[in-house]
Design a protein. Sequence first.
Lengths: 130, 130
Amino acid sequence: MFISLDLETEEPIYTQLKQQIIEGIAKKELKPGEGLPSVRSLAADLGINLHTVNKAYQQLKQEGFIQIHRQKGVVIHPDGVQKADESYYTTLSAKLRPLIAESICRDVSLDEFQKLCLQIYKDFEKRSES
Amino acid sequence: MFISLDLETEEPIYTQLKQQIIEGIAKKELKPGEGLPSVRSLAADLGINLHTVNKAYQQLKQEGFIQIHRQKGVVIHPDGVQKADESYYTTLSAKLRPLIAESICRDVSLDEFQKLCLQIYKDFEKRSES
């Protein structure tokens, strides 16, 4: 899997790394049980700090995307990611609210907003089929 | 308009303040040309730092939600907020991607995702009609 980081944005590096791994799982480029590089080797490959990779991995572990074994190393969670529960929908809704509020202020209709979501969904699915 | 801040979340106070003002505009509780409290008085009312309010107001000004006049004080932009352009859609899309990627990992269908957006849109519109 190819990881590209943007060092110029406000988005912290560990967040970018986390999101790209989550996107990799969504696109099925990263499959359950598949190994990821160790903290040390990923940090060296990307030319970033060990702690940055560690922070991303620890959060991914806590949120159930990966497992970190002393021997086997880092793997995508072999049972798959936990399905959305009520608490996930609450968090998702809280993250969508400000995006929707700003979109309403800027005259984006519900239809246009939903079309954009559809495009992004399709974009992930297309890649997971190819 | 009632502003409630959560001092326990990770979300910075200035971001919360900014988002609530944007939500107020989306719900039409705050109308074009309407005055907002001065930095000093809002900071005192909410019991937060002057700089926090100032940071929120400066960003709202930069993004075209409010105007800050030396004499008239702070007002919701009288011409309304600038409509979504291509650059807004690019930013919105970049913010939606990680939410959609995680939702796909957690087996949230496009239909469920769009229904959630619909609910939030309706929630804002209901309040703007009441």
